[in-house]
Design a protein around this ligand. Sequence first.
Ligand code: LLP
Length: 425
Amino acid sequence: PATTARLAHGDLAVGGVPLTEIAGRFGTPAYLIDEDDVRTRCRTYLQAFSGAEVHYAAKAFLCRAMAHWVAEEGLGLDVCSAGELELAVTTGFPAERILLHGNAKSPHDLNAALRLGVGRIVIDSASEIARLAAAVPPGSRQKVLVRVVPGIAAGGHAKIRTGTDDQKFGLSIADGSAQHAIARVLGQPGLELSGLHCHLGSQITTDKPFLAAVRRLVGLLARTKEQHGVTLAELDLGGGHGIAYRPGEPALDITALARKVRAALTESCAAAGLAVPKLLVEPGRAIAGPAGVALYRVLAVKRTGGRAFVAVDGGMSDNPRPALYGVRYAPRLIGRRSTTPPAPVTVVGRHCEAGDVLASDVELPGDVRPGDILGVPVAGAYHLSMASAYNLVGRPPVVAVADGHARLLVRRESLADFRSRDVGL
Ligand code: LLP
């Protein structure tokens, strides 16, 4: 709660550093990440899920420092491209603690995974089985999980639901593709099937879907044992643990989730006469999200059509989430105490389209004006990792705060960066 809770009022500091100081030193827009908060969240997971493997989902936010913190805290890493993989491994992340995902892994992704020696590769389609088996060097074996679709609808928005058959990920239990894939993998000498995987979706705020998934997957483990005489040792429940973006919103209680998942797993395995498999989870958002804050400077304030618009120097290029999923944020005025009563405003970005809205109908002090700094809490996950080069604004820097010090992790993207890629005329 540390970072988010601090952003309630007035002149704020995160990690012992005033946010205004960060804005002054590194400019705006800027993203800061609270190192202690990230580490505390990692530890909370390891404690809650003791005995399980916790893999941080790198897609939420990755840079070398983040990989380093997560490695130091003893978590594994879930990556979904050769890019994420190579960044982590070249930072010293132990490859055997990495798991590769992807519904369309390129030959480059698979070769990088095999060359660097990732712990597990998650099979997402039937065609991938032969392709992967052919790439495994003769005489060696690659551990794999089969990603199954359990037929459970869960997740904060239609675009991030992956537990039912009407989406692109995984192999359906309902139509038998999962069972078929399991049989095929078991027939490949180069592949070692260590278990099953499912990821229901993202921003799930109740534990029921996870418990239902445990039961479905244990059912499939039992059928695998019946049909093939094989007891699979691992069960990966994916990520998707929901967080609060605004005060008062529901969030998943990780400790309660872990306790209930363990109980459901023990109970269903006992009923099926199976040994309890090792559990894996893959949280991304719940580790990085609440530890991040986006800082913007107000550039213009305008009243039109009965609304007040507050325009800032970032927008959909650094945070596409309101436009994509209709997510609502709670921006705060930072660094100046205002006695003017709050009034409803819409915070918009600087990009060339009307849909570039960061927060509609939020309350800010009625005298908010150009030059003010706004902070958007809960900005650590799926902001910068989904940032674009729209309008060549340049992606914001990432600043780590810890123990009263701020340090630059990732510098701001510059015109020189765009120029260097633009090689033709
Ligand atoms: N494991 C797998 C296989 C995943 O696909 C994902 C997320 C995770 C774990 C981590 O999920 P988390 O714990 O972070 O919810 N861009 C969207 C979220 C897409 C999530 C994609 N997969 C957003 O901004 O909400």
